[in-house]
Design a protein around this ligand. Structure first.
Ligand code: KG4
Ligand code: ZN
Length: 349
């Protein structure tokens, strides 16, 4: 039975709406249309996301984006079978906008709704690409708030292999960028500047590289970058590209080596990279090179679907429904989960 799923993402600074269609129980669901509005420009003046402004902007954008997606696909609201939304984790007020609109639409259309875990959306986002992965695989989930290695055997069959004990990789990019005065969002800015720098210019730590387990730690790296920046003083401006390149090289080396260790530990031959940091060019290049040597397949979400979007939310809902992992409901008295550990979706390792 064919199912058309409307997905709404509003957990942080991007409003995303998408339609995904699931045709047969076996076929990977497909993206019908998606639309996105990024709030980056609005928050730039403040150097970071202002939660109240984010919520207000989601309110302004979500219905016009829904109309745009319907117009692009030639479908109408009446064609939608299930309305999915990001239930968490994220900013409470921002999540409430997407959840509220999704549940209001569901109630008005007499269609069931389904709350999606934002990280599961990232995790399954490579299935939106033309060459989707097959289970099982090792997943490297690297976003602004999370850094995790997982063994993924199927939809909802996730086992945690390792995770960060302090800052996330995205946070390491963002915080280092901020103290170099590169503004928000820091990851893309730092990696752009890094392209003109010498990655061997500064010796920065590779935290937990030889810890013998698959955990990460990035807080110490950020402190080392701060110490280096202070040491440079007036010279910082002239050496910024070198410091950016050295920082990026340290983060990427740890991510790549730990991913290779996870492949070795699990014996799996496939890797999926998901989350905003997955857009990083150096990470992609180094992981591609290492995995080519080992004859391991690497899958990424398409570049424009690495950061937050509605397509991954609709996709995760479609795949959960297909796998019988979750039933949509008609309980329109929604709640959101600003702090929602992925553990609740994880199986014991
Ligand atoms: O997945 P995402 O859009 O949002 C969260 O769920 O957190 O990830 C955002 C994170 C930010 O920390 C951002 O700086 C980082 O992804 N990011 C990058 C790049 N593009 C986005 N980090 C490094 N290089 C990039 N090209
Ligand atoms: Zn995200």
């Amino acid at each position: 039975m064919s199912l058309l799923i409307l997905g709404i993402e509003s957990s942080c600074d991007e409003t995303g709406v998408a339609l995904v269609e699931s045709t047969t129980p076996q076929a990977v669901p497909t993206l019908v249309a998606h639309a996105l509005h990024s709030q980056i420009e609005m928050h730039q003046a403040y150097g970071g996301v202002v939660p109240e402004l984010a919520s207000r902007d989601h309110i302004r954008r979500v219905l016009p984006l829904t109309e745009a997606v319907l117009a692009e696909s030639g479908r109408s609201l009446g064609d939608v079978d299930v309305v999915a939304y990001t239930r968490g984790p994220g900013l409470a007020g921002a999540l409430l906008v997407g959840a509220g609109v999704a549940c209001a639409l569901g109630a008005a259309l007499d269609r069931p709704v389904l709350g999606v875990h934002h990280l599961e959306g990232h995790l399954l986002s490579p299935f939106l690409s033309a060459d989707p992965p097959e289970f099982p695989f090792v997943a490297l989930l690297v976003s602004g708030g999370h850094t995790q290695l997982m063994r993924v055997d199927g939809v909802g069959q996730y086992a945690l292999l390792g995770e960060t004990i302090d800052d996330a990789a995205g946070e390491a990019f963002d915080k280092s960028a901020k103290l170099m005065g590169l503004g928000y969002p820091g990851g893309p800015a730092l990696s752009r500047l890094a392209e003109q720098g010498d990655a061997t210019a500064f010796k920065l730590p590779r935290p937990l590289l030889h810890s013998g387990n698959l955990d990460f730690s990035f807080a110490g790296l950020k402190t080392a970058v701060l110490t280096q920046a202070k040491k440079l003083g007036d010279e910082l401006e002239a050496r910024k590209a070198d410091l950016a390149a050295s920082t990026q090289a340290a983060i990427v080396e740890v991510l790549v080596k730990k991913t290779l260790a996870a492949l070795k530990d699990t014996g799996l031959r496939r890797v999926v990279v998901a989350g905003g940091v997955g857009a990083n060019r150096l990470l992609r290049a180094q992981l591609d090179a290492a995995c080519a040597r080992l004859q391991v397949r690497v899958h990424y979400p398409e570049l424009h679907l690495c950061t937050d979007n509605g397509a991954m939310i609709a996709m995760a809902a479609a795949m959960r429904l297909q796998a019988g992992q979750q039933q949509p409901n008609r309980d329109y008295a929604f709640d959101v989960k600003p702090r929602w550990p992925l553990d609740s979706l994880l199986q014991a390792a």
